[in-house]
Design a protein around this ligand. Structure first.
Ligand code: CP3
Length: 352
């Protein structure tokens, strides 16, 4: 819903919202997955101040600070809330911790008893209320032209971590549970789906102007399983959000979906599909952008290697998507070894 206190010119002027509404802009708006992250010295300093990663996620002042850092440095068109997709499982009662240099660890869920032991969806706000406070701080403090994006993990991706207790290369434990304990698996997907609807609604009520659903492991779902466990949960979440918050655009990211990107926006009701860098921009312009806004899809490795290839590839992607609505982004998150100067080179190549 338009904010009556905000002049229409400002609301109408936000480039990300214009692209999401289908407008073709001369210069595509730009932001970056993991733009608040370890490649930035100011992020590392604030994270050290917070103590560890989860303490940073649950400290609204410091989480807002790291969200704002890349906006100050680069003037991105959007800020993404600083949090993590694994906070929702934690709020549902799962143990969560991060091992430095390795990644997340969680207590595992492998059967119906494990699913039944999860907390009800209404209980998640007890844990997640600091995240909503971060959103409120950001909606006050962000520059008027910057769009605030909230997010959650998609049910399949979140389930893969809850079942395996960690990140996995091929998501084998989740595929095994799907096969061997299908009812418990479906019950888990259901609980995460309901939790995600609640969590994203609260973010929107706190001031998120767009929400994004990260299905980072969608690529390991094939055929019927992709329809059932990536597309269908996204459709359900988006339908529920649109019923409550019809004006809030949704970006869906079924990473490495390949041909599954075709028609995904139409089938789920998403306003934009985010593309990973395994698909070519020319192919995606022809087959995916026909349905509306797309986001992507520069390979994150260019932020490490830089040089002429970074500039050439950035311009090629801008050109490939220039006939339809487009938000420039990487195909996945920027990595800790990236050079902050390469981010500026990318932005200059887009805007210059
Ligand atoms: O800037 C942003 O993009 C916003 C914040 C954000 C983080 N995680 C912060 C983070 C977002 C949107 C995420 C999403 C997320 N988290 C996903 C989906 C996107 C993707 O990358 O595919 C997933 C799968 C996770 C789970 C997760 N969180 C993993 C696997 C890891 C460890 C890997 C790593 O990069 O170290 C995290 C940690 C994490 N989340 C960091 C950040 C900045 C690094 C933690 C640190 O500071 O040490």
């Amino acid at each position: 819903m338009a904010n009556p206190d905000q002049p229409a010119a400002v609301a109408d002027g936000k480039t990300i919202l214009r692209a999401l509404a289908g407008e073709v802009l001369e210069v595509p708006p730009v932001w970056m997955m993991r733009q608040a992250g370890r490649y930035l010295p100011e992020y590392r300093a604030t994270r050290a101040q917070a103590g560890d990663f989860l303490s940073l996620c649950y400290n609204p002042e410091l989480a807002a600070e790291v969200t704002l850092q890349p906006i100050r440095r680069y003037g991105f068109d959007a800020a993404i809330l600083f949090a993590d997709i694994l906070l929702l499982p934690q709020a549902l009662g799962v143990d969560l911790w991060f091992v430095t240099g390795e990644g997340p660890r969680l207590s595992t869920i492998t059967d119906a008893a494990g699913v039944s032991a999860l907390k009800p969806v209404e209980a998640i706000d007890e844990t997640l209320s600091p995240v909503y406070e971060t959103v409120r701080i950001l909606s006050r403090e962000l520059p008027a032209e910057t769009t605030l994006i909230g997010f959650a993990g998609a049910p399949w991706t979140v389930a893969t971590y809850m079942i395996a207790g960690r990140g996995t290369r091929d998501q084998a434990p989740a595929h095994a549970m799907m096969r061997e304990a299908p009812e418990a698996f479906d019950a888990l997907m259901e609980r995460i789906t309901d939790g995600t609807i609640h969590y994203l609604s609260r973010q929107i009520e706190a001031g998120a102007e767009v929400v994004k659903i990260f299905d980072s492991w969608a690529g390991s779902l094939k055929g019927e399983a992709f329809q059932r466990y990536s597309l269908e949960p996204a459709r359900r979440i988006i339908a529920a959000l649109k019923a409550r918050h019809p004006e809030t655009p949704v970006i869906a990211f079924p990473r490495e979906a390949g041909d599954g990107y075709i028609g995904f926006a139409r089938a789920t009701g998403a306003d934009c599909v985010a593309l990973d860098n395994s698909v070519s921009a020319d192919w995606a312009a022809q087959h995916v952008q026909v349905d509306g806004c797309v986001q992507g899809n520069l390979a994150p490795g260019h932020m490490v290697t830089g040089g002429e290839a970074l500039v050439t590839e950035t311009r090629r992607i801008v050109q490939a998507f220039s006939k339809g609505p487009h938000i420039f982004n990487l195909g996945h998150g920027i990595t800790p070894d990236a050079d902050p100067d390469n981010v500026q080179r990318m932005i200059d190549a887009i805007r210059g």
